[in-house]
Design a protein around this ligand. Sequence first.
Ligand SMILES: Cc1cc2nc3c(=O)[nH]c(=O)nc-3n(C[C@H](O)[C@H](O)[C@H](O)COP(=O)(O)OP(=O)(O)OC[C@H]3O[C@@H](n4cnc5c(N)ncnc54)[C@H](O)[C@@H]3O)c2cc1C
Length: 471
Amino acid sequence: MKTSDITVIGSGIGGSLISALNKDKDLILFERDRNLGGCAGTFKRFGNYYNIGATTFVGYEKNHPIKKIFDNIGLIPDIKKSEVAIRTIQNKKIVDRIKDFDTFLENLEEVYPHKNNRLFWKTIKEIDEKFWNFKNIYFARHNLNSYLKTINSNFKLFKIFGFDLLKNADDYITQTLPNISKGYKAFIDSQLLITLQTTSKDISLISLALGLSYPFHDVFYVNNGMGSLFDGLLKDINVNIKEEILKIKKENNLYRIISNKDEYLSKKVILNSSIYNSASLFEDEKIKDYYNNFSFSDQSAFVIYLTLDSKEDFLHHYQIILDNKIPNSISSSFFISFSSKDDKKLSKNGYSITISTHTKASFWKNLSKEDYEKQKKITEDFIINHLLDNFGTIKKEDIINKFSATSKTFKRYINRYNCGGRAITLKNIFQTPSCNTPFKGLYNIGDTVFAGQGWPGIAIGVQVLNKELND
Ligand SMILES: Cc1cc2nc3c(=O)[nH]c(=O)nc-3n(C[C@H](O)[C@H](O)[C@H](O)COP(=O)(O)OP(=O)(O)OC[C@H]3O[C@@H](n4cnc5c(N)ncnc54)[C@H](O)[C@@H]3O)c2cc1C
């Protein structure tokens, strides 16, 4: 029987970062898929490479956990800056989300004029800066020491932000931008949906600030696909790919881990699988109950992958904001990422494009096979038509490959219907799952636990987990 001190289940951002930080330990990582990186991986189909979901790499800068973790493990990522973080297009009008504040504001003022624009965006930016300069973020539960650290962290946060911490985002918007136009509000909400998985209606001012400010940071394109970051992160780790963990049994002070290939014993287990799937891994009723208590977040993604034969130049990222909801989606916008023209791997046969929008997981899950294909085509055609309409330089016949993924596809490959975790709102902030559990040696990491989704959010959680694991 093979034994290890730490077993990590899943090579997503969370599983990979925590493994890399503990590379000197007796650690083994299991990944059920052939690709590393989960939602942030890169896959090959029809001879071309595509980013599965994540395409923007944010947080590789001073004071940010991502940079600290990469520096700590001595990894320099192969990345380049996207000069425009996102180009938003709404009714053919363009607003470029760029780092330079005054240039951004000038552009915004042309499209959504408002006398308080400067005040609104300056406040948003300042809150975001204060947050990332705050060093003591901590959120863990289930034992006295963790609670004390969490209270201490919240106390310090409160000292910095005061009641702004709990102020409702929508109230702040209506107070600061009175009579905001429908289009301007849609511009704000469609960006929040990408970063926070929700709109401004039930989040706090601080979440609003973090969600809207990411384009004020350096936004990077990852050469050779987002998935290539995981090759670097996991280069010194004992990784078993294409090995799925099916059951975990608690046996005194150890966990027996049963995969589709073998059995292992481990002192500590870190689950990077979605928290909504974790109950099914256990037979122990108490552990099952613990995981079953987290109500499923039905939010997921609809993603289209394209290869485009074009000589035109494109930015890395665009967001098209429409007046009405996309069919079978919960959003009226979609996000488009182009591979860099000079990316030898992704752009070998043309641009590799990942387009995504938000959808309900249960909608796709409950359709008959025939209806599933029909609805998928309706959503795909709608998005492609709007893409062609907004990019005069792209012709239908230039699209060489086209296929799409729903929550069912995500489940098939990376074992999760939900994508993007559950948005942290004012209502559920205290029910957010933490990285530690009531069970000794059992931990969670990833976007379904604190602090949230994407590279920056998960990295905050990884820092806390690393302390819980090693203190
Ligand atoms: C369409 C889309 C676009 C996005 N865009 C961005 C972006 O531009 N920038 C950004 O920062 N974030 C983005 N995100 C969010 C980001 O991709 C996710 O928050 C993040 O990748 C999730 O990481 P995770 O650690 O939760 O692991 P996951 O990605 O959920 O990976 C978990 C891994 O565990 C494996 N696994 C599960 N169960 C088992 C098992 N039983 N045995 C073995 N292995 C198992 C899975 O196969 C998977 O590889 C996007 C997400 C989506 C869906």
